[in-house]
Every structure is written in structure tokens, then in C-alpha cells.
Design a binder for this molecule. Structure first.
Ligand SMILES: C[S@@+](CC[C@H](N)C(=O)[O-])C[C@H]1O[C@@H](n2cnc3c(N)ncnc32)[C@H](O)[C@@H]1O
Length: 259
């Protein structure tokens, strides 16, 4: 996925995502902030920070917070959000998740929500996040997962790509857990939220109304044929609903062995 497609898609979504209830869920934001360990005297990075909802929540814990995002419109929105909230200790800049412009071990924690399913190589992005976190520091990965049953997971991802062509791939739980294992990180907590979604609300976020009708036809047909895409896809009269499984995995970078 070229960054052009990311930037084009997310420039259009800046305001709709800012307003979307699913991105402002207090329970998720509070759990993420707590898992990060962010506090006065600590330094945290949010990778793919979008409109700055997570950055603001982390900055309210005190300490230094940095957000990075590939989409300049998102960065401007996040900067304005922090300015209006009077959070001068939060900084947001344009940067790529694949090459974070920070030295090794610079942060106490790195978090990322709803971004890994847009990158080409989530393992490379998690490796980069681990690089900038100090030994003993934390990574908090939050993303929607797909079914571990390959045909249902593929169907779910295909629907997501039709809704937003900047979507790359949601991972099944088993692969999501391997993101940290591949870096030698220790899992310390996992948590799941089931988010009940509705087609119109889901499409509204990407601000592309012309995609609603064809997706509605396709998803109703699938539901009627008993293909639930691993997300409990249902059609009741004109209303298409499904469940997203949002996962949070908290990982710790091991302390270095004393020579
Ligand atoms: C679905 S939004 C999530 C925003 C935010 N993390 C949140 O949960 O509120 C995904 C964000 O990731 C950014 N993004 C996607 N790929 C990226 C990359 N390779 N490097 C940096 N940002 C990226 C997009 O610009 C977009 O703002």
C-alpha cells in the first residue's frame, strides 16, 4: 500500500473519524492509557495517531506524548485538538510508522490503535515500535482481528477493502499474538471488546456514501446465504449489522541481562 492511498483515504475521513462514537469509546481509551503506564515523567509515542483522540487521552495522564501519522490532515487535526485542550506537552508530526524518526530506546511506551491493518508489514512496524521503546518499556497494540478460519477471515477483509481501499489486512488472533513474539516481547495482558456495528455508521466514517448501497446488497446476500464472515453478519429488513472484535495486546520489552 503506497502512502498516497493512505493519505488520500484518511484526508477524507479526518472529521468523520473524529466524531465517530466507536473511536471515542471511553472504556477502550481508559484501558489503553492505563496499559501504557503513561504518567508524569514518562514519554510515550502513538503510531498512526489519526485525529489525536488517543494522544489527547494519553496526554491527560501527564508526561510527554508524541503522535505520528502519515496523513498531514490528520496531523493538523490532532495538533488542533491538543492546542484546544491546552495540552502543550503533546506533539504531533507527519512521519511513517515504518521509519520512526527517533533514536533507539527513546520512549517508555509505544501504542498503536486501528493502524496495523493499514500497513503492508505489521511485523516490521512492531519491530520499529520495539526499537524506540526502552528495555522494560511497553507496547500496546489495539486493532480489530478477523476470524482464525481462513475463508471467513478473507471474506471479512474483502468487505473491509470494499469499504476502504486503504485497508490492507486485519490479522487473525493467532497472527496478532505473533507480532510481539517475533520481537521477543513478553505478553502481559490481552483484552477484547465486541463492538456491535451497523453498515451505515461503518460507511459514514470513511465519508464515501456511494459505497453504502453495493456493500449493503453484498452483505445482505452473504448473511442470507449463511456466510457470516466471522463477524456475525446479519440482515434484518434493511439493516445490516455485524460485530467487530477489538483486541488489545500489552507487551513488555525484556530488561537487558546484566553482564
Ligand atoms: C483508522 S486510523 C486510526 C487513528 C488513531 N490511531 C485512532 O485509533 O484514533 C489509521 C491511521 O493510521 C495512519 N497510517 C496508516 N498507515 C500509516 C503508516 N504507514 N505510517 C503512519 N501512519 C499511518 C492513517 O493516516 C490514519 O490516520
Amino acid at each position: 500500500m503506497s502512502n498516497d492511498r493512505i493519505v488520500e483515504s484518511f484526508a477524507r475521513q479526518t472529521l468523520t473519524m473524529t466524531a465517530a462514537a466507536v473511536f471515542n469509546d471511553r472504556d477502550v481509551l481508559d484501558a489503553l492509557a492505563q496499559a501504557s503506564g503513561q504518567a508524569p515523567g514518562r514519554r510515550c509515542i502513538d503510531v498512526g495517531c489519526g485525529p489525536g483522540i488517543v494522544v489527547e487521552r494519553l496526554a491527560r495522564c501527564g508526561g510527554e506524548v508524541v503522535g505520528i501519522d502519515a496523513t498531514p490532515e490528520m496531523v493538523r487535526q490532532a495538533q488542533e485538538r491538543c492546542r484546544q485542550a491546552g495540552l502543550a506537552h503533546a506533539r504531533v508530526n507527519v512521519a511513517s510508522a515504518e521509519t520512526l524518526p527517533f533514536p533507539d530506546r527513546h520512549f517508555d511506551a509505544a501504542v498503536s490503535r486501528a493502524t496495523l491493518h493499514h500497513v503492508q508489514d505489521p511485523f516490521a512496524v512492531v519491530a520499529e515500535m520495539a526499537r524506540v521503546v526502552r528495555p522494560g518499556g511497553r507496547l500496546v497494540l489495539v486493532d480489530i482481528v478477523c476470524s482464525d478460519e481462513p475463508a471467513e477471515g478473507d471474506l471479512h477483509n474483502a468487505l473491509e477493502i470494499l469499504r476502504d481501499p486503504s485497508h490492507t489486512r486485519m490479522l487473525p488472533r493467532s497472527e496478532f499474538l505473533r507480532l510481539g513474539q517475533a520481537q521477543g516481547l513478553h505478553p502481559i495482558e490481552t483484552r477484547q471488546w465486541v463492538q456491535h456495528r451497523e453498515l451505515r455508521e461503518w460507511v459514514r466514517i470513511v465519508n464515501a456514501p456511494q459505497r453504502q448501497w453495493p456493500l449493503g446488497v453484498l452483505m445482505s446476500c452473504l448473511a442470507q446465504a449463511g456466510r457470516h464472515a466471522g463477524i456475525a453478519l446479519q440482515c434484518d429488513h434493511d439493516t445490516v449489522t455485524f460485530d467487530h472484535h477489538l483486541w488489545m495486546v500489552v507487551l513488555q520489552r525484556p530488561d537487558e541481562a546484566v553482564p
